[in-house]
Design a protein around this ligand. Structure first.
Ligand code: SF4
Ligand code: SF4
Length: 401
């Protein structure tokens, strides 16, 4: 295992972190024996960063991790978990969740504590509720060691959140396709320039970049590489090639995946891919982009829409469905993120577009936004849409329990 230091503290973290969001299941519940064995095996092989959250597995991930870390494992690792921002209504809620998490995890301190899933809007809200003072207080009394945040917002809101608090680290989505999405490369470099460690999530874009059978045009490119690597290895090595990256999280729930990722992590020094190899990854990226239905980069210059349409989100899930073929997942995620059920309650469906045209001239990609939104409506809001919305409500109700 290779290790990289957290810039502000020098804490040596394994470059591969174990994500506890997608643990192995059996009969609708976490397969406890298997999950515990996997986590302990990962630690025995050098992983020392374990990432969970209040919401993962409807609240069952943190207690499972507590069990896995009994028998001397707790002292060998750093635990990362997250404040469920969207459930917090006042300052007292923050202590309530943190204290419950300490109990769930069977520990007296959270080594890396993140304000979960921020964007510009949720940061403004939780900041006004006093999250900065909460983090400072929890650090003073020892419940939190290092404060951080995870980010799912627009590129332009990232830097102001980095600058708003003395964070030690942040967590961003990053992979070779998402270089301009959310924080992106600019955000990675900005955070590093401010001395923050960067934990990367979604290095395989929800597993899609690691599919053993990629689209034929992509497979043909990988076949040209002088070094034969799996799609998973190309995707992970590309992220680790960046010296600004501290830890890469992988949600591993198959023993074979853990072994594969551990082996890849052995070789992943920063700057270890050749120029030729980086060019090849760029060509794969271009090919995936050609498979996209809409050339939207997620820049959000078209926003806000006076009718409330979440234009970049609409195009993101629409593209995902056509690029990777995970139709059910893409449609469910579209329903979850445009319904407002997971955020501020305001809907942003493509079908809200009244074709006023206000967004069109703001788009640097020259996208005929109203026309493309009509296609999104046809594909994503057709048959079964009401049932998917009901499914999202049901999912969130379980999470709130
Ligand atoms: S054309 Fe549609 S998406 Fe664009 S600003 Fe008008 S209502 Fe919003
Ligand atoms: S539609 Fe255009 S302006 Fe809007 S996010 Fe996409 S690329 Fe940017």
């Amino acid at each position: 295992m290779l290790y990289r230091p957290m810039p502000k503290t020098g804490d040596e973290l394994s470059i591969l972190g174990f994500g506890c969001m997608r643990l192995p299941m059996n009969g609708g519940e976490i397969d406890q024996d298997r999950a515990i064995a996997q986590i302990r095996n990962a630690i025995d092989n050098g992983i020392n960063y374990l990432d969970t959250a209040w919401a993962y597995h409807h609240g069952a991930s943190e207690p499972l991790l507590s069990k896995a870390l009994q028998g001397g494992y707790r002292d060998r690792v750093r635990i990362a978990t997250k404040l469920p921002t969207w459930l917090v209504h006042d300052r007292a809620d923050m202590d309530l969740y943190l204290n419950t998490q300490l109990e769930r995890l069977g520990t007296d301190r959270i080594d890396y504590y993140l304000v979960h899933s921020l964007d510009g809007h949720s940061w403004d809200r939780i900041s006004a509720l006093g999250v900065g003072e909460f983090l400072d207080q929890a650090m003073r009394d020892g419940r939190i060691v290092n404060p951080g945040f995870s980010y799912h917002g627009l590129p332009e809101d990232f830097a102001r959140i980095v600058d708003a608090h003395p964070w030690v680290f942040c967590q961003i989505q990053y992979n070779y396709l998402d270089q301009e999405f959310q924080a992106g490369t600019a955000g990675l470099k900005y955070a590093a320039s401010k001395g923050l460690g960067v934990v990367v999530m979604e290095p395989l874009r929800g597993g899609n970049l690691g599919l053993p059978t990629p689209p034929p045009a992509v497979a043909a490119l990988w076949d040209q590489a002088p070094a034969k690597r799996s799609p998973v290895e190309w995707a992970l090595r590309w992220v680790w090639n960046h010296p600004e990256v501290t830890v890469v999280l992988s949600g591993m729930n198959e023993e074979a995946h853990i072994a594969q990722n551990l082996a890849i992590a052995e070789k992943a020094l920063p700057g270890s891919l050749t120029g030729e190899e980086l060019d090849l990854v760029d060509r794969v990226r271009t090919t995936y982009r050609e498979l996209m239905r809409v050339g939207c980069t997620g820049c959000a210059y078209c926003m806000p829409c006076p009718a409330g349409v979440q234009i970049p989100k609409c195009f993101d899930f629409y593209n995902k469905m056509h690029m990777f073929g995970n139709e059910q997942e893409a449609k469910f995620m579209y329903a979850a993120f445009t319904s407002g059920l997971t955020s501020d309650g305001n809907t942003g469906f493509a079908s809200q577009c009244v074709a006023c045209g206000e967004c069109v001239e703001k788009c640097p990609q020259g996208i005929a936004i109203p026309d493309m939104l009509a296609q999104v409506v046809a594909d994503m809001e057709g048959a079964g849409f009401e049932e998917r919305l009901a499914g999202v409500r049901q999912y969130l109700k379980r999470e709130l329990k």
